[in-house]
Design a protein around this ligand. Structure first.
Ligand SMILES: Nc1ncnc2c1ncn2[C@@H]1O[C@H](COP(=O)(O)OP(=O)(O)O)[C@@H](O)[C@H]1O
Ligand SMILES: [Mg+2]
Length: 327
């Protein structure tokens, strides 16, 4: 099993959008035995954006929050803290087959949730998502953060464990049933992000190529290096920095992108460099801003649902091509 976490202490930089689409792209690829990869997406953000993207806001509200039909990340972590050792099976998680109406990617839901005119050309559906699973977010995540944020240890079973390894412990039973696990994280550098870093070890940093976001990237690299030392996990590394929300119309983005590339390859302080994986991938063509992506997102669809020649889909696929060998 290989895992990745999308990290940036800033919000609004494209973590969730990339997490969902990278997970879908991985799930659409075949292994050497010609079966598609089995992929788990974990939504660690209490705001539940990834869950809402995949499931649609109304399914998330009814099936997850109200009816509690599926295990959520929050409920699993909370039960583990209570010491009840929840048995989680990958078959309990949400897949397209687990609901007749197909909760993973909301394309089968009724047109009332489809107020947008869809202009892009769609591929016929060639792929079913029974190999893409979701561990959705839930409000308990926030309770856990409030209760344990400043505590080094967290109750677990009969004893206690370091707070940052709770996710790894809880998922230890199922992690090997997946080929890839993708973790979407909240903004900030708190307990949930720490758990995601410790669990996934391979980090992807989306960054908007503007002055404010790109300068905080270097603070983030230093912070991640400190986290790596405090967790004593030598394998933690940044596999990729992906400039996001890029548009060629704004000339400034191009020059900041070029600066970022040079800084990352030439001018990094030594301790910041030590957090970059070797080889490391700077996605120098960026993951561009795309109205098509927004349209698809509004319908709970992955980028794979647009034509394979669409530039934004090709960009995603080429980014995933580059990242897989680094994991
Ligand atoms: N490539 C893109 N093109 C257009 N809009 C995007 C793109 N990536 C993200 N967005 C939009 O930008 C906003 C922030 O993205 P999101 O993935 O939620 O970021 P984060 O998870 O870092 O907060 C959302 O409204 C999302 O729809
Ligand atoms: Mg997000």
């Amino acid at each position: 099993m290989k895992s990745i976490a999308l990290i940036n202490s800033k919000g609004g930089v494209g973590k969730t959008t990339l997490a969902v689409n990278i997970a879908a792209s991985l799930a659409n690829r075949l292994k050497s035995d010609k079966k598609p990869n089995k992929v788990l997406l974990i939504d660690m953000d209490p705001n539940a954006s990834a869950s809402r993207y995949l499931l649609g806001a109304s399914f998330y509200k009814t099936a997850i929050l109200q009816m509690r039909k599926y295990p959520t990340l929050g409920s699993l972590l909370k039960e583990s803290i209570r010491g009840t050792h929840p048995q989680i099976l990958s078959t309990d998680l949400i897949t397209e087959e687990s609901e007749t109406n197909g909760p993973i990617f909301g394309r089968y839901r009724a047109p009332e949730s489809d107020p947008f005119q869809f202009t892009s050309q769609l591929e016929p559906r060639e792929f079913f998502w029974d190999n893409l699973h979701l561990l959705p977010s839930s409000p308990e995540l926030k309770e856990i953060v409030d209760a344990y944020s400043n505590k080094p240890q967290i109750p677990f079973g009969e004893g206690s464990i370091p707070a940052a390894i709770l996710l790894s412990e809880v998922l230890s039973q199922i992690r090997e049933t997946y080929d890839f696990i993708v973790v979407d994280t909240p903004p900030g550098q708190g307990l949930l992000t720490q758990n995601a870093i410790s669990f996934a070890q391979n980090l992807i940093l989306p960054v908007v190529p503007d002055m404010l976001s790109s300068t905080t990237l270097f603070d983030l690299l230093s912070h991640l290096k400190d986290t790596k030392h405090s967790l004593s996990q030598d394998e933690i590394s940044v596999v990729s920095v992906i400039p996001t929300l890029y548009t060629q119309k704004y000339k400034i983005y191009g020059s900041i992108l070029q600066n970022l590339k040079e800084e990352l390859s030439l001018n990094l302080e030594r301790d910041q460099r030590s957090i970059l994986k070797r080889p490391f991938y700077f996605a120098d063509r960026g993951f561009q801003r795309s109205s098509q992506l927004l349209e698809l997102q509004s319908q709970g669809r992955p980028l794979l649902d647009c034509h394979r020649e669409e530039p934004i889909r090709k960009r995603l696929e080429s980014i995933v091509d580059k990242i897989i060998p680094l994991l």
